[in-house]
Design a protein around this ligand. Sequence first.
Ligand SMILES: O=C(O)c1ccccc1N[C@@H]1O[C@H](COP(=O)(O)O)[C@@H](O)[C@H]1O
Length: 209
Amino acid sequence: MKTRVKICGITRKQDVIAAANAGADALGFVFYEPSPRYVAPDAARELVDAVPPFVMATGLFVNPESSYVQEVLSRVPLGLLQFHGDESPEFCNSFGVRWIKAVRVRETDDIEHAFERYRNASGLLVDAWDPQKYGGTGQSFNWSLIPSRRPLPLILAGGLASDNVSRAVAQVRPWAVDVSGGVESSKGIKDDEKITDFINEVHRVDETD
Ligand SMILES: O=C(O)c1ccccc1N[C@@H]1O[C@H](COP(=O)(O)O)[C@@H](O)[C@H]1O
């Protein structure tokens, strides 16, 4: 099976092009101001306009006001929402746009509960747990905590890079992987070569199936 790849935290048009040319299936734009990868809606609109067809533009939020999500959606043509905070399923469902929910993992139960609670999501993203941060920490977690029964497509994130993603994909067999820090030269600035290496590593494991 082909493992999908999302490159998150894009802040520059040249990184949109580089990621799409390297074969990314989805690109992420961070609408969370404390993040070094934050993009304001008008800047995001220009970036999303450069996204080619069949590549999914995804908007990442952390505990946003409903009005903020609506404002972003009115300006930026996003195909998918990604919620990384403590949003309720009702909140996530309220925008008429498909969404995925991120869960920070300390134990298997965190994932089992999230599958149950967010059953209307289009997918569940599993990320490393951090007491202070909602994501984008560059930390990985113990992948053996991930259950094999998955009622929703599972997206693996957290500290992935070209030197560990093949092991991650071989072990977890996720629907998709999501990476931010592992393909950057500095926060918010993507590195073409790292993106290409990352995606090639994912496809290499897929081909050994
Ligand atoms: O990228 C951020 O700054 C960010 C901020 C708040 C929540 C999530 C964030 N990013 C997402 O976190 C995971 C893991 O990122 P990394 O590869 O470990 O850097 C990923 O889904 C990012 O999109």
